[in-house]
Design a protein around this ligand. Structure first.
Ligand SMILES: [Zn+2]
Length: 280
């Protein structure tokens, strides 16, 4: 990891931003506080995905944090965080190809995709009203499990949303009348082209090692910006080309390199099994 940071060439225009998913009143609160403190040390403002009315019991770790909404509001006012709406209740009722995985043909559970337009709009609106009732406002959308469909985007637009934190690309792009700030990685990682790279974190996955990697990344010369800053990046001619190259590389990796590695792993395992059988 340290090697990567030393060799990393910021001049090539790689820019990073951090997002933290699944925020609600019963999270691992100390972990969030420590993480925010770490970001604060390096003047980095992360984007927090707030679930307006969390009903997903797998995400509940602690009893409700007293004054939760006030604390979130206070952190926004102090400029320590930015927020976005992360679904409504984080309950999956359908399945859909996720935006990160539709290039590869996988499906993920979804809270929104494949539901009728009115149902989706109603859910998003209810979530929005909860946030608003606590004095929180955002025009940024983060779908649970990266799953949206055309009706989700239509509903988001009708409710005044402008930005999506998702998508496979090197640079921000426009689609369905919304601006996508792509989300590609889950840890600080050197990417092969220049671009804007969102690192997605989950509090329950934060190992000591990952925190150390994040600290090293924050100390590095990499440019780390906020979501708002990412929305202001001017479009340049080469962005579209880089987006195509980035997507092609991902497809190539998924369909060819990963499969090849899996086959190799499978053969090796089979070979080792045969050897132990013979030894018996
Ligand atoms: Zn989530």
């Amino acid at each position: 990891m340290k090697k990567y940071l030393k060799n990393h060439i910021n001049k090539r225009g790689r820019t990073y931003l951090y997002r933290v998913d699944d925020i609600h009143p019963c999270i691992l609160w100390e972990r969030l506080e420590n993480l925010i403190e770490l970001f604060k040390e390096y003047n980095v403002v992360p984007l927090l995905g707030i679930i307006p009315d969390n009903k997903d019991s797998s995400l509940k770790y602690e009893t409700e944090k007293p004054l939760y909404w006030d604390i979130i509001k206070d952190m926004i006012e102090k400029g320590e965080i930015e927020i976005c709406q992360h679904g409504y209740q984080h309950i999956y009722s359908t399945v859909q190809r996720s935006i990160n995985q539709n290039l590869y043909g996988r499906v993920s559970p979804s809270e929104f995709a494949n539901l009728p337009y009115e149902v989706q709009r109603d859910k998003i609106k209810r979530g929005m009203e909860i946030l608003n009732s606590h004095g929180l406002y955002t025009d940024i959308w983060m779908a649970p499990s990266h799953t949206n469909d055309k009706n989700t985007f239509k509903a988001l637009k009708s409710l005044g949303f402008k930005y999506i934190t998702d998508g496979v690309a090197a640079y921000p792009f426009k689609k369905h009348g919304l601006t996508f700030i792509p989300q590609q990685i889950w840890e600080p990682k050197k990417e092969f082209v220049s671009g804007v790279f969102t690192i997605c974190l989950h509090l329950d996955d934060l190992t000591e090692e990952l925190i150390e990697d994040i600290r090293e990344h924050l100390q590095s010369e990499d440019q780390i910006i906020s979501f708002s800053q990412a929305t202001k990046i001017k479009k340049r001619l080469h962005h579209k080309l880089f987006n195509i190259i980035y997507r092609l590389k991902r497809i190539l990796y998924y369909h060819v390199i990963r499969r090849y590695r899996n086959i190799k792993k499978y053969r090796k395992k089979k070979y080792n099994n045969n050897k132990t059988d013979k030894a018996k």
